[in-house]
Design a protein around this ligand. Structure first.
Ligand code: DGJ
Length: 747
C-alpha cells in the first residue's frame, strides 16, 4: 500500500516511487500538511512545523490559552473560511444564518484500492493494481458542511491527484461561493512560477517568474480553459532547469474558467490553490446534496522540468486519455479549412480526396460550412443538416464517394454555438444565453447555447446521433469559437444563476460522454478556435486537440514547446499548411513544415491541387517517415533541447523508453551568414550502446560544401559521444531549414 496511517503520530503518509506526501491530524483535530517532496520513507515529518506566537495572528478556541496555534501560520491541507487564515482560502461559503464561515475538523479517513471517480466530472482513472484512494473527511461542527478531501495515488507514476467532495449535512441551504480543488502549503524554499499564457494563434507561451510577496493569479474568466492561460502551472526551484532541480506541477482537469493563486506569505511560506474560478460562481447546496470539484493532477520531481514533463506525458496517455484511439494509430488526415474555407462544393472536396488518396493520406475532414445556410460565419450555426447546395446529393452520398476513393471521412461541428440567423435560433431563442433586458454580446457573430439545459444537450446529441447513424463518419472535430459572456439560463431561478457557468461545462462533458460512449469508433478531436480548450478535461474524451489556429511552423515551435511541458505529443493536433502561411505570410520549406507537424498528430491542411508533382512526392515521403517513427514520436520520451528563442535554432528529440532509438529534430529559425556550427547534445541514450544514424531529411537542405562531403560524415556513434560531445550539423544556407536525424541502437 502506498498510503499508510501511523496511529501514534496520527500521520497519513503517501509514498510514490520517488516522492513522499504527509499530512497529520493534530491534537485539536486540525488537518495539517507536513511535507510533499522527494521520497523520505517511514518518518514523522511533524518537526518541520514549528508554532510560535505571531502578533496579529488569531488563535482557534480549542488551542486556548495558547497563542502559538494559528490558522494564519499553520500549513494546512485545505483551509477554512473567515476564521483567521488571511492567506488565500480554498473555499468561500455563506451559511443559512448569513454568516461567512467554514471551520473544518478531522472526522475520519479511509484508504481504498483503485482510483475514486466522479458522478458528473471527468477524471483520471486507474484500476486496483494502478491506484489507491485516500479520503479524509472533514466537517464543520457548527454548520455540518463536510469536505471529503480525495487523494488519488498512482504510486508507479509519481502522481497524486486531489479533489474535494462537499456535502451539506445541515438542515438548511449552504451557498458555496468558491470551491477550489486543492491547496498546498510549501513552507520552505525559494520558488519560481512557470505559467503558459497566450492568445488566439499563439497559445501556451512559457513565462517564468520569481515569486514575490504579491499574490499571483493564473486564471481564465472566459469559461473556457482559454488561449490566454492554461490550467497548468509549475513551481520550481530558482535554479531548476530541464535536467536539475525541484519542480511541482499542478494541472486542473477542467475545461471552464479556473484560477490558480500563488501566495508567498509574510513568513516566506508558499501557498498554491487551484480550481474552478469563483467569478460568477455561487452554488447552492441543499440539505444532503453534494458538490464535486474537478481534480488537480500533481507531481513532484527533484530532477528538473524534463522529468516532470515525462511524468505528465505518461500519465495523460495512460490514465487520462481513453478509448479506441488512446494507443491505436490515428489516421493521417487532410482538413479542407485552409484549402477552401467556406467556399467549397462537393466536386472540390472530391478533388481534394482524390489527390489525398493518391498521396497516402487516410482521411478527409470536412470543416466548417457544410450545414445550414453557412457560407460565412454569420449564419447557420445550430442547423446541423447538410447544405445540399454545396453537398450535392447529401452528406451520405459524399461520404460514400470519399470512402470509395479509399479515404475515411471526418466532420467538423461546433455544437455549443448558434447564429441568430439559423432555424435553431428562430425556433428556440431562449436556448441561447442572454441576460434579461440585454442584447447578448456577439463574438464571431455567434451566441452561446445554454448547455446547462438538459433539452439543449439532448437536442444536440440527437442531431449528432442521426448524422453518425446515417453516414460513415469516423472522426469529429468539436470546435468552440468564442469566450462565454452573458451567462444566464432562462430556466434557473434568480438565486441559482451562479451555477450556470459550471453547469455549462457539465453539459459539454455530458454530451461528449454520450458521443464517445455510443460511438466508440469515432475519433474526437477537440478544438476551440485552435487551442482555447487544450486541457486534461477535454483529453478525457478527446485524445487529440487542435493545438492552435496558427499553422506557421516557426511560430508553432513555441506553441508546441509550451504545450510539451504538460501535454504529450499524442494530444497535439498539428498540420502541414500552405506557404506563404495564412496567418503570418511567412514562406517556409515544405520539409520544415512537415518536421514541425510531425511533432504532433500530423496531417495536412492545404489544397493538394496547388502542389507540384515534387511536393506530392514529398507528401508520400513525409507520411512514410511519420508512419515509420509513429510509436517513437507518439509514445517516446520527449526532450526539449533548447530553451525557446535563446538560439538561432530549436531542437528537440524523441527517445524510446528502452533507449533503443531516438529521433533528433532541428529547425534553424534565423539563418546566419558565416555561422557558428550547431552542436546538439542528445539525451536519454545508453552511453555504452552504439547508435547508427539515418538522415531522414537528406537532400532537404542546401548544405555548404566541406572538405569531406556531409553525406560521408561519420554514421555510428556511442551513446556517450552523442550525449557528452553531441552531434554537429553541417553549415547550410536558405530560410528555415530543418533536419530530422534518426539514431538506432545497433549494439
Ligand atoms: C476554428 C478552428 O480552429 C479552425 O481550424 C476551423 O475549424 C475554424 N474554426 C472553422 O470555423
Amino acid at each position: 500500500m502506498s498510503i499508510q496511517y501511523q496511529k501514534e503520530s496520527r500521520t497519513i503518509t503517501i509514498d510514490t516511487l520517488h516522492t513522499t506526501y504527509q499530512l497529520r491530524v493534530d491534537p485539536h483535530g486540525f488537518l495539517q500538511h507536513l511535507y510533499y517532496g522527494k521520497k523520505i520513507q517511514g518518518q514523522d515529518m511533524s518537526y518541520l512545523y514549528q508554532d510560535y506566537d505571531r502578533a496579529c495572528a488569531g488563535n482557534p478556541d480549542e488551542a486556548y490559552p495558547s497563542r502559538r496555534i494559528s490558522f494564519n501560520t499553520m500549513p494546512q491541507e485545505y483551509t477554512g473560511y473567515g476564521v483567521g487564515d488571511f492567506r488565500i482560502s480554498s473555499l468561500a461559503v455563506q451559511n443559512a444564518d448569513g454568516s461567512y464561515g467554514a471551520d473544518f475538523r478531522y472526522v475520519s479517513h479511509s484508504i481504498a484500492r483503485g482510483k475514486y471517480s466522479f458522478q458528473s466530472l471527468p477524471a483520471s482513472y486507474g484500476d486496483e493494481s494502478e491506484a489507491e484512494t485516500l479520503s479524509v473527511f472533514l466537517e464543520d461542527p457548527v454548520t455540518k458542511l463536510s469536505a471529503e478531501l480525495l487523494f488519488g495515488v498512482f504510486e508507479k507514476k509519481d502522481i497524486i491527484t486531489r479533489a474535494v467532495r462537499f456535502r451539506n449535512g445541515a438542515k438548511s441551504n449552504i451557498i458555496l461561493n468558491k470551491a477550489l480543488s486543492m491547496s498546498l502549503d510549501i513552507p520552505y524554499g525559494r520558488w519560481d512560477l512557470i505559467h503558459f499564457h497566450g492568445k488566439h494563434t499563439l497559445e501556451r507561451q512559457v513565462e517564468r517568474e520569481r515569486l514575490t510577496h504579491l499574490v499571483k493569479t493564473v486564471q481564465s474568466t472566459r469559461n473556457t480553459s482559454s488561449h490566454q492561460e492554461n490550467p497548468f502551472v509549475v513551481l520550481c526551484g530558482r535554479r531548476a532547469d530541464e535536467d536539475h532541480g525541484d519542480c511541482y506541477g499542478f494541472m486542473l482537469v477542467y475545461s471552464g474558467g479556473f484560477r490558480a493563486d500563488v501566495e508567498l506569505d509574510q513568513f516566506e511560506s508558499v501557498r498554491i490553490a487551484m480550481g474552478i474560478h469563483d467569478d460568477q460562481f455561487a452554488w447552492t447546496l441543499q440539505p444532503g446534496e453534494e458538490f464535486e470539484t474537478p481534480e488537480v493532477i500533481m507531481t513532484f520531481t527533484d530532477r528538473g522540468l524534463t522529468s516532470m514533463s515525462h511524468c505528465y506525458h505518461r500519465f495523460i496517455r495512460h490514465h487520462v486519455c481513453r478509448g479506441k484511439y488512446q494507443f491505436a494509430r490515428r489516421p493521417v488526415l487532410i482538413n479542407n479549412w485552409e484549402a477552401t474555407y467556406f467556399g467549397f462544393t462537393s466536386e472540390k472536396l472530391l478533388e481534394i480526396a482524390d489527390e489525398a488518396a493518391k498521396m497516402g493520406i487516410e482521411m478527409l475532414v470536412l470543416d466548417d460550412g457544410w450545414f445550414g445556410k453557412r457560407d460565412s460565419d454569420d449564419s447557420g450555426l445550430g442547423d446541423w443538416f447538410a447544405n445540399e447546395n454545396k453537398i450535392k446529393g447529401g452528406l451520405k452520398s459524399l461520404v460514400e464517394q470519399v470512402n470509395a476513393k479509399g479515404l475515411r471521412f471526418g466532420i467538423w461541428m461546433e455544437p455549443e454555438m448558434v447564429n441568430e440567423d439559423s432555424d435553431l435560433y428562430r425556433h428556440h431563442p431562449d436556448w441561447a444565453f442572454a441576460m434579461p433586458g440585454r442584447v447578448p454580446t456577439r463574438s464571431r457573430n455567434q451566441l452561446v447555447l445554454d448547455m446547462s439545459r438538459r433539452e439543449v444537450v439532448d437536442y444536440l446529441y440527437e442531431r449528432i446521433e442521426k448524422l453518425f447513424n446515417e453516414c460513415n463518419i469516423e472522426y469529429l472535430k468539436w470546435d468552440m469559437n468564442r469566450s462565454i459572456s452573458d451567462a444566464y439560463s432562462a430556466v434557473l431561478p434568480a438565486g441559482r444563476q451562479g451555477e450556470v457557468l459550471h453547469r455549462y461545462v457539465l453539459g459539454i462533458y455530458d454530451l461528449m460522454n454520450r458521443v464517445t460512449t455510443n460511438f466508440p469508433n469515432v475519433l474526437l478531436e477537440g478544438c476551440a478556435g485552435g487551442g482555447s480548450r487544450f486541457d486534461a478535461g477535454i483529453m478525457c474524451y478527446s485524445p487529440q486537440i487542435w493545438c492552435s489556429d496558427d499553422t506557421d511552423p516557426i511560430k508553432r515551435l513555441s506553441i508546441q514547446y509550451g504545450s510539451s511541458f504538460g501535454y504529450p505529443v499524442s494530444t497535439v493536433g498539428a498540420h502541414v499548411s500552405a506557404s506563404p502561411n495564412h496567418q503570418t505570410g511567412r514562406k517556409t520549406p515544405f520539409h520544415t513544415r512537415a518536421v514541425v507537424a510531425m511533432s504532433g498528430t500530423f496531417g495536412y491542411e492545404l489544397d493538394p491541387s496547388k502542389l507540384t508533382d515534387e511536393e506530392k512526392e514529398e507528401v508520400r515521403e513525409q507520411i512514410g517517415i511519420f508512419r515509420k517513427h509513429y510509436d517513437l514520436i507518439q509514445g517516446g520520451l520527449y526532450y526539449r533541447l533548447t530553451n525557446i528563442g535563446e538560439e538561432a535554432y530549436e531542437a528537440w528529440q524523441f527517445t524510446a523508453e528502452d533507449r533503443s532509438e531516438t529521433l533528433l529534430n532541428l529547425v534553424i529559425t534565423d539563418i546566419q551568414p558565416n555561422a557558428a556550427l550547431i552542436n546538439i547534445r542528445l539525451k536519454g541514450l545508453d552511453p555504452d550502446a552504439v547508435y547508427e544514424l539515418t538522415d531522414e531529411s537528406a537532400g532537404h537542405q542546401c548544405v555548404i560544401p566541406s572538405e569531406i562531403p556531409y553525406r560521408e560524415w561519420r554514421k555510428t556513434f556511442s551513446g556517450a559521444m552523442l550525449m557528452n560531445a553531441g552531434y554537429t550539423f553541417p553549415l547550410v544556407t536558405g530560410d528555415y531549414p530543418a533536419f530530422q536525424l534518426y539514431f538506432r541502437r545497433i549494439s
